[in-house]
Design a protein around this ligand. Sequence first.
Ligand code: HEC
Length: 252
Amino acid sequence: MKALMRHAPLVAFCLTIGVLFLTEGVPWVVAQSEAAPATAQASTTAPSDTSDTAVSSDKTGETVEVAEDETSSSGDDDQKAGAAADGAPEAADKASDAVECCKPGDQTPPTELVEKIPPGGLHSPYPDYKKMAADDPKLVVQFRLPGCNECHGGTGGGGFCPALSQGVWFWGNTDDVLFRLITLGSDGLEKQGFYRRQWGSVHAGMPAMGHTIKTADHLWKIIAFIRSINPPGTNPPEKVIPGKMELEDWEK
Ligand code: HEC
């Protein structure tokens, strides 16, 4: 709550943006002209196909109480809806198949991987994110390509949406959780049976970005970049914050 007060102007601004999501569906133009300087250098590769998901994930903000309801019996329906929305209605049946995950250079689309691999099963092939970031000063470009900088700032330090560099993890900090959150958005992650651990400075959902990231390899590099800008000790293995979920949600 204290953090919320401190960020009151930011929260107010983000709420405005949230309303724009709902009414306009195209926040990018506004973001370009009104956002903080951090986003002014934003690339022109605005993710154009996320406006729909942005609207639906924004609803997550309004239904946060529901997320607490661990007795929810609608897991089954949710999951079907989630799978159908991604055009992979057979995903739930495949969940138990042994699928190999995850190798460097994996060309599988992230949207496919999150349906194939049961929750908890995604592991980064690049655990040494520090070395990766040190070896490649341009790693940040991987983060900017899909337009993450539009909301999170050019270097991930915060734009009109939360900074990704604070060692605070809203849904958990495992490879599995981050890969799914970025691919499916907050709404989609919830549909896979995960529960939010806490809110950040902005009460808005993360849009599904999976469709703008072509390969799992690209996303693992983005995740390595995100870890590299967080303070020491806030990433696994030093500090593991698991995704909160009831596994049965997936197995049903
Ligand atoms: C439309 C704005 C928007 C875009 C674009 C966006 N995000 Fe987010 N992101 C958010 C919001 C809002 C949250 C907070 C979500 C929540 O609390 O559920 C968030 C949360 C996150 C988190 C969790 C942070 C934490 O501390 O737990 C990560 C990681 C993340 N985003 C990565 C990305 C990546 C990578 C991209 C690009 C592929 C991206 N985001 C694009 C708005 C955005």
